[in-house]
Write a protein that binds this ligand. Structure first.
Ligand code: AOF
Ligand code: ZN
Length: 340
């Protein structure tokens, strides 16, 4: 028999559920839910289904069955209060006679909001804010950004030597980082909705931009591949193969790129240096993910070109948000300084 869980631990479990469906639910948020029975033991867990399917609460309640009565629902997002593509989660929680609801982040979507108030009015004990920072920086980061700004969240990813070079002097750039780091990248690609590169990168690297497993097979979910720029891409470029869909956008303007991707939530920018510089100058990068290898390359080829910084006082300021050791490499995650 399982032991009773603290609310923080239950929220940790709900976050794991949400992380596992990240990328599969947009435009809906990837949410997680845990139902604890009246004794505080896990009775059911669930995550948001792809759009049009059940919300996390409904999945978890189905698994918990009768055990939900008198228990606690621990959810990453305030339960919805509207008939959208699915009925309100609040109704399902009330029907299951849950005694308490604990959620991390308020639902900023005005159409779905109000769940907490309705639950409280119905006599359910409601607690907000448990695990809020972890959820807002984790599974819901991209979706919350989109709700707030109307623009997709952009992660700029690159691989670099410890001295900041993205290729050797002769242009060779494959295998800067380890196999372990590349496997991590492929998991992140599979969770992204679109991967953007410039035509220069297509010419130089001929990337396929798919999400692959370590054995080379294609992951179940493939992001849309987006090639940005005026030049024509050759018909036999890997980025145009049948492994995923590809969109070409004939502009260099980052704002126009994001307009063309306005129905997306989570966009990954994979270079090259000119396009990355343009996005940075435009202030349209919301996270930097740098895979840093313990090698020194020297030479002229850097991950990013001009970013419009004439002197140190005008540097674009970021802050470290997480660092992970991946095999021999480091993964460094940064967010804009002012966003926190
Ligand atoms: C929840 N739990 O797991 C999710 C929620 O069109 P619908 O019916 O699928 O509703 C979409 C809205 O519901 C979405 O914009 C967001 O406000 C909320 N998503 N709510 O209670 C969930 N994914
Ligand atoms: Zn819902």
């Amino acid at each position: 028999m399982s032991e009773s869980l603290s609310l923080e631990a239950a929220m940790g479990l709900a976050i794991e559920q949400a992380d596992a469906v990240k990328g599969a639910t947009y435009p809906n948020p990837p949410c997680g839910a845990v139902i604890l029975d009246a004794a505080g033991r896990v009775a059911g867990v669930g995550a948001t289904e792809p759009v049009g399917g059940a919300h996390a609460e409904v999945r978890a309640l189905r698994r918990a069955g009768e055990l939900a009565a008198g228990g606690t629902a621990v959810v990453t997002l305030e339960p919805c209060n509207h008939h959208g593509r699915t009925p309100p989660c609040v109704d399902a929680l009330l029907a299951a006679r849950v005694a308490r609801v604990v959620y991390a982040v308020r639902d900023p979507n005005p159409v779905a909001a109000g769940g907490a108030d309705r639950l409280a009015a119905a006599g359910v004990s409601v607690h907000a804010g448990v695990g809020a920072d972890a959820v807002a920086a984790g599974p819901l980061r991209e979706w919350l950004h989109k709700q707030r700004t109307g623009v997709p969240h952009v992660t700029w990813k690159y691989a670099t030597s410890i001295d900041g070079r993205s290729a050797a002097a002769d242009g060779s750039s494959q295998w800067i980082t380890s196999e372990a780091a590349r496997a991590d990248l492929h998991v992140r690609r599979a969770a992204a909705e679109a991967i953007v590169v410039g035509t220069g990168t297509v010419f130089v690297d001929d990337p396929s931009l798919t999400a692959r497993r370590p054995d080379g097979s294609l992951a179940d979910r493939q992001p849309l591949r987006v090639v940005v720029g005026h030049r024509e891409v050759s018909a036999d470029a890997r980025v145009l193969n049948d492994d995923s869909r590809t969109m070409t956008i004939r502009t260099h303007d980052p704002a126009e790129v994001l307009q063309a991707l306005a129905d997306r939530t989570d966009v990954m920018l994979e270079g090259g240096p000119t396009l990355a510089g343009a996005f940075l100058r435009a202030g349209l990068i919301n996270r930097i993910l740098a895979y840093v290898a313990p090698i020194v390359l020297g030479g002229p080829i850097t991950a990013v070109d001009d970013v419009g910084v004439p002197s140190i006082t005008r540097a674009l300021r970021w802050e470290y948000d997480a660092t992970h050791r991946i095999g021999p490499d480091l993964l460094v995650s940064l967010v804009p300084r002012e966003s926190r």
